[in-house]
Design a binder for this molecule. Sequence first.
Ligand code: KIV
Length: 258
Amino acid sequence: MINKIKKIIKKKNKTKIICLTAYSKNFATEVDKHVDITLVGDSLGSVLYNYNTTRKVTLDNIIEHSKSVRMGIKKSLMVVDMPYKTYQNKKDALKNAIKVIKKTKCDAIKLEGGSKIKKIVKHLVRNNVAVMGHIGVLPQSVKGKFKYKGKMEREKKQLLNDAKLLQNLGAFSIVLECVQSDTARLITKSIKIPTIGIGSSKYCDGQVLVTDDLLGLNETKIRFVKKFVNLKKLINQGIKKFKKEVISKKYPSKKYSY
Ligand code: KIV
């Protein structure tokens, strides 16, 4: 695990880091072939369960999905999101992080926040938990509409300080979510650990997206989401073919029968 993390850090300033989400074994198997980091994000709440907030995702939810994901991963670093209210204090954070790591065999966990979770990150790293940071838009804290961060000077300074703080506390990488381009560039240049952007410009050291979004499975109007393929179309083609062959009694033919 430490080697995998070192390899990811070494990519900074050399080659882009690829990170995607997976919530189950079959997706993880395919994602793992192409990425450096597979993230079991709490975005699974909205993508799979239609929750209007990631706050509803529980520790048990994330553990069960992560156990499934683990079965599909051969090479990438597996990072699991710590759900809302599972890292409110040092004691809970460590207890829950260890539970997640033991049950899912993940390599690292991700927490949302900067200076507000300083003591927690410090405590986790001290206890050998590999931590990925997450600053900018923090879905576990947002009420209502998401607004990008880092345009105002005060916000820019705060984000830069948070990134430096997380680095100094021992985080191995930081997700920048919806951070204004110049600010994302400044943060990326100012720290030694990689930044992984989502809606935060090309200046980050790597990029992460929700896999269901890039495959066109999830209907969303979020600005940074690019549909790289229309998987819905392919799924419909397959299902239609199956239906047609069942109705016409072409399937199951002898070949597919005992
Ligand atoms: O929950 C998630 O999937 C995430 C990424 C989109 C960064 O946190």
